[in-house]
Design a binder for this molecule. Structure first.
Ligand SMILES: O=C(O)CC1=CCC(=O)O1
Length: 92
C-alpha cells in the first residue's frame, strides 16, 4: 500500500544542541535503513521548508503507523498522511 506523508519538523529553539544533533542523526540513520529496505520509497525536501514529502510502500496502515511513531523526530513533527490510489491517466 502506498502512502504520501508530509512531515514538518518543529524543533524547539531551546532544545539542547546535543539532543538536536543526536536526534537528527538518528532520524537520518532510521530513514537510510527504511529506504534500503524499500519501505521508504521517496524522500523529497519541500523546497525552502523544514519539511519533506515522502512516499511509503508498506503492507498496511498498522505498519505505516509503526514506522511513523518510530521516527526519532516524531515528537517534533506535524504529520499528514494521504493514502494513494492509482491515477487512471498515469502512464507508469
Ligand atoms: O529533515 C526532515 O525532513 C526530516 C527527516 C526525515 C528523514 C530524515 O533524515 O530527516
Amino acid at each position: 500500500m502506498l502512502f504520501a506523508v508530509h512531515m514538518t519538523v518543529n524543533l524547539p529553539p531551546d532544545l539542547d544542541p546535543a539532543v538536536r544533533t543526536s536526534t537528527v542523526a538518528a532520524e537520518k540513520e532510521y530513514a537510510r535503513k527504511l529506504q534500503h529496505s524499500g519501505e521508504w520509497l521517496h524522500l523529497w525536501r519541500c523546497a525552502g521548508q523544514y519539511s519533506n514529502l515522502s512516499v511509503f510502500d508498506v503492507t498496511d496502515n498498522d505498519r505505516l503507523n509503526e514506522l511513523l511513531w518510530g521516527l526519532p523526530l516524531f515528537p517534533y513533527m506535524d504529520v499528514t498522511v494521504t493514502p494513494l490510489a492509482r491515477h487512471p491517466s498515469a502512464v507508469r
